[in-house]
Design a protein around this ligand. Structure first.
Ligand SMILES: [Zn+2]
Length: 88
């Protein structure tokens, strides 16, 4: 059962990922290398550390080479925001 603290923590984290993703897009840190209906998406995202992470979308699944990637990091979110018809 979720407590109010759990819910608040989750929503704050979600806002942070969304906010960082928007900042990455706005600061020109995102390059789409490939976007193809069959082959999927490959993109580079320069993180705050200056490292360029590789974000891919293949066979319905997102992934990112950054250490923070579990399900969706800010890099995946940034690429999804500019490529998905309905961002989730
Ligand atoms: Zn990432």
């Amino acid at each position: 059962m979720s407590t109010m603290v759990d819910i608040a923590t989750r929503s704050r984290r979600a806002e942070t990922i969304q906010g960082k993703a928007v900042r990455l897009i706005a600061s020109g840190c995102l390059w789409i290398e490939r976007i193809d209906p069959d082959l999927g998406i490959t993109a580079l995202v320069r993180g705050d550390s200056g490292v360029r992470w590789v974000v891919t979308y293949e066979a319905g699944a997102w992934s990112c080479t950054c250490p923070a990637f579990v399900r969706r990091c800010s890099h995946v979110r940034a690429v999804a925001l500019v490529t998905e018809r309905t961002p989730s």
